[in-house]
Design a protein around this ligand. Structure first.
Ligand code: SF4
Length: 426
């Protein structure tokens, strides 16, 4: 069993990073076709393809584009390249191996939504990605793929790279817009949604790197052809970042709906020698964890994972073996969310800090069994009450870890008590 390389077909060729090499493998051949189409027909093809946002939320891309008001107001396209979800490293690969693929997809998407200006908002730590993209943008301007009257079509479009400053919350679309506006990168209440009032209070579409790159292939082959891959409700291919206890970690591209066990045991070479599967986080650190039994039954598509109480998220598969402590893992996860909470909402600000402290006490051997229940109770109070989804993103793994691996938390607390002779440390 192999990968299905639609977007990543030429990623092994170093020349694909540069304009000449990209063109040698069909690069910028779809752009003239797209610029000759009715922009509405491009959106219709994207709708027909069933493409869903690859950043985490999985919202249908064509439908999102349709939310833009019909008037002639300036509108912006914003590429979310602030890849911060722990375990995820696919967008980085796409920007560094194939910057023109993203740029071509963005020009086509910008033409479809009548946007004259776009930004690629890149995670602050991704210095090399930014450098590669800036070189590629220079090449694209010189070749006439960006700027005024692109390829004689009458369509003008400018594109820039914008650097984030290392805050996870700027990956949330309204937080990203605030940051791009020069404000503190804090999420805003929705509605209004960015498609109505976004960057500079103008209509704005925010799409992930992988989503925008896929648009090129949908226009090249047609929306129906894209549906050849994947399942009926989750069409297309998807890049997954596989990390943890597998022999061959890395990024892979496969059709949506592939069994998780095939990804782990065939494509990624199985577990490291002598190790047994304990759990899998299927969609980045926000996704509820699956037990080994659940993972063996899971298919990597939006519907199956939702039915199992988890989610596809950003496509980061974190494989956990029997040598890892679920207590330690949850503690570092909650420490991360507490650190990254922007502090606007009380349930998120206080909840992440409180749980993080309890978990720290559990790890340090200063906790009681009832503290496990407290973690769950606090987490449940953090769900669905805040401006953005970070609060839920912290609560979901906490609930799933302490529910599915409760005995491990109990054993950890008991072992620490026995070691200290039953003394409770205040
Ligand atoms: Fe900030 Fe957390 Fe509220 Fe999101 S949920 S806006 S990160 S405090």
């Amino acid at each position: 069993m192999g990968q299905t390389r639609l977007l990543t077909e030429h990623y092994d060729k170093p020349e694909f990073q540069k304009l000449d090499g990209y063109k040698k493998h069909g690069g910028y051949a779809v752009l003239p076709k797209a610029l000759g189409m009715d922009p509405k027909a491009i959106t219709e093809q994207v709708k027909a393809s069933g493409l869903r946002g690859r950043g985490g939320a999985g919202f249908p891309t064509g439908t999102k584009w349709s939310f833009l008001p019909a008037n002639g107001e300036p509108r912006y396209l914003l590429c979310n390249a602030d890849e911060g979800e722990p375990g995820t490293f696919k967008d980085r690969l796409m920007m560094e191996r194939a910057p023109h693929q993203l740029i071509e997809g963005m020009i086509i998407s910008a033409f479809a939504i009548a946007s004259k200006k776009s930004y690629i908002y890149v995670r602050g730590e991704y210095d090399y990605s930014k450098a590669v993209l800036r070189t590629a943008l220079d090449e694209a301007y010189q070749a006439g793929y960006l700027g005024k009257n692109i390829l004689g079509s009458g369509f003008d479009h400018d594109m820039d790279v914008y650097s984030g400053a290392g805050a996870y919350i700027c990956g949330e679309e309204t937080g990203m817009i605030s940051s791009l506006e020069g404000l503190k990168g804090q999420p805003k209440l929705k509605p209004p949604f960015p498609a109505v009032k976004g960057y500079l209070r103008k209509p704005t579409i925010v799409n992930n790197v992988e989503t925008l790159a896929a648009v090129k292939y949908i226009i090249r082959d047609g929306g129906a052809a894209y549906r050849k891959y994947g399942t009926e409700k989750s069409p297309g291919t998807k890049l997954f970042s596989v990390s943890g206890s597998v022999v061959k970690p890395g990024n892979i591209e496969v059709p949506l709906g592939m069994p998780l066990k095939d990804i782990i045991f065939d494509l990624c070479g199985g577990l490291k020698p002598g190790r047994k599967l304990k759990a899998v986080i299927p969609g980045g650190s926000s996704a509820p964890v699956l037990t080994a039994d659940e993972a063996m039954k899971a298919a990597m598509d939006y519907e199956c994972l939702a039915q199992m109480g988890s989610m596809l998220g950003s496509g980061a598969i974190i494989v956990i073996d029997d040598s890892h402590s679920m207590v330690d893992l949850l503690q570092v996860t909650l420490h991360f969310y507490h650190h990254e909470s922007c502090g606007q909402c009380t349930p998120c600000r206080e909840g992440t800090g409180w749980i993080s402290k309890i978990l720290h006490d559990i790890v340090a051997g200063h906790a009681e069994t009832k503290d496990i229940d407290l973690v769950k109770k606090i987490s449940e109070q953090m769900m669905g009450k805040t401006i953005c989804a970070l609060s839920d993103a912290a609560a979901m793994p906490a609930i799933s870890f302490v529910t599915k691996f409760r005995s491990e938390f109990e054993q950890h607390i008991q072992a620490a008590k026995s070691a200290s002779g039953g003394l409770h440390h205040a």
